[in-house]
Design a protein around this ligand. Structure first.
Ligand SMILES: Cc1cc2nc3c(=O)[nH]c(=O)nc-3n(C[C@H](O)[C@H](O)[C@H](O)COP(=O)(O)OP(=O)(O)OC[C@H]3O[C@@H](n4cnc5c(N)ncnc54)[C@H](O)[C@@H]3O)c2cc1C
Length: 395
């Protein structure tokens, strides 16, 4: 019986364990954190393509019981000028569209199903090294323990250890030049309908907000930065953070300052890292998926969705081609063009968010035209993507 070692129990890891189980292949998940991360992270969008992939794992209903549908974004300049509407999903045959949800909820949905299926998850297991041979792969963890299997799947996120074990000179992730913050505010009226995200290119930073059906406003801030590592992001107390963020938007149109000031729940800052192009995704019995292979900026709204898609396609390739270089190469050749196209498009959005001075004025003039012309072009390609689980993958 083949055994897969899955490194990382975030989003891609549990999704991969479930996809392998569906293919009849045994897997075990090894997570660095000492315990489940039920409360961490803020929120993200699960695209209609991500929901479609979850449906294959029979998890769509569970996921849709959290968060709320957000099929569109209304973009505005810092002066309040409407720049246009951008759709962030297609409507699927069952009427569902992209869903904004707390990261912790999607994480719990996946993790709970892994437990129900009897797939083991071990915590406090930080991968440090591997021994990859013709007979199998041995993973060694920082606590000195080890595990043996036939394939090791690195689902260990944007700062992946597996990636450097595949290729010690693999390019490191780069800072997107944006610090992310997020929060939740209830008891405040805002001028949007549930389901429409409004996003504002402010003078100093980018602000997005949406009203959930229970009338809590979910919001986030992207602040341009020259910081290149988490250590260089300024440390602030909660009160200092509130003042700093509210000040960023004091001269802008919209409710940003008020929402930040009244927030019940405020996340700590995180520096966004991107991994635009990884030359090698696999070597021997090692392969990376999800953010470990291709981290798009959160502006793509695709990080979680692409990870779940990867999980399905990798399990299909191994199911049909066995644990072999042919299977891993096939996986990479199916996935690479799609994810790199999406990562590239998201990088363009990021540079718009960080624009200042003249480039900001050009953006505010050109963006409405781009949104008008692009319409639904590319939308179907990204969000309408469907993985046919029953399709046999051939070499
Ligand atoms: C705690 C947390 C909170 C997040 N919050 C948000 C958010 O609010 N909004 C957003 O857009 N994105 C967030 N993300 C990122 C988002 O989950 C990913 O972009 C996307 O879902 C792809 O998931 P992934 O499983 O590839 O990577 P991740 O979700 O980053 O998961 C990687 C997992 O691997 C584990 N790991 C790392 N190194 C090792 C190692 N050496 N050995 C064993 N395990 C290891 C990590 O602890 C983590 O659990 C968050 C990620 C994490 C880890």
């Amino acid at each position: 019986m083949k055994r897969i070692l899955i490194i990382g129990g975030g989003i891609a890891g549990p999704a991969a364990a479930l996809a392998f189980a569906k293919a009849g292949i045994e897997a075990e998940v090894f997570e660095r954190q000492p315990c489940p991360a039920d409360e961490t992270g803020v929120f993200f969008t699960l695209g209609s393509n991500g929901l479609d992939a979850l449906a294959t794992l029979d998890l769509q209903e569970a996921a849709l019981s959290h968060g709320f549908p957000t099929p569109a974004i209304e973009l505005r300049s810092g002066t309040g000028k409407s720049l246009g509407i951008s759709r962030i999903g297609t409507t699927r045959a069952d009427g569902t569209s992209s869903q904004t949800m707390r990261r912790a909820d999607l994480y719990s949905v996946l993790r709970d199903r892994v437990i129900t299926e009897g797939i083991p998850i071990s915590y406090g297991k930080e991968l440090v090294s591997v021994n990859d041979s013709l007979d199998g792969v041995k993973a060694t963890f920082s606590d000195g323990s080890s595990a043996e299997g036939d394939l090791l799947v690195g689902c260990d996120g944007v700062h992946s250890r597996t990636r450097t074990l595949i290729d010690p000179i693999s390019p490191p992730p780069v800072s997107a030049g944006l610090i992310n913050y997020g929060g939740f505010t209830s008891g405040m009226d805002v001028d949007t309908e549930p389901g429409t995200f409004r996003m504002i290119f402010g003078d100093r930073a980018f602000f997005g907000y949406a009203m959930s059906p229970d009338e809590t406003v979910w919001w986030f801030v992207n602040e341009p930065t020259t910081a290149t590592s988490a250590a260089s992001v300024p440390t602030r107390s909660d009160a200092e953070l509130r003042t700093h963020l509210a000040n960023l938007f004091r001269s802008d149109f919209g409710p940003a300052s008020d929402l930040i000031g009244a927030a019940q729940d405020l996340s700590r800052p995180t520096l966004t890292h991107l991994l635009p192009h990884l030359p090698r995704w696999q070597r021997g019995r090692l392969v990376v998926i999800g953010d470990a292979a291709h981290a798009p900026s959160p502006s793509s709204g695709q990080g979680a969705s692409l990870s779940i898609e990867d999980a399905l396609v990798l399990a299909q390739c191994v199911r049909d081609l066995g644990i072999s270089s042919v299977a891993l190469e096939k996986f990479e050749s199916i996935r690479r063009p799609r994810v790199e196209r999406i990562v590239k498009a998201a990088a363009r959005i990021n540079s718009n968010k960080a624009a200042t001075g003249t480039s900001r004025r050009i953006r505010d003039t050109v963006l409405p035209l781009i949104l008008k012309v692009s319409g639904t072009r590319g939308l179907e390609k990204t969000y309408g993507h469907h993985i046919d689980w029953l399709q046999t993958i051939t070499a």
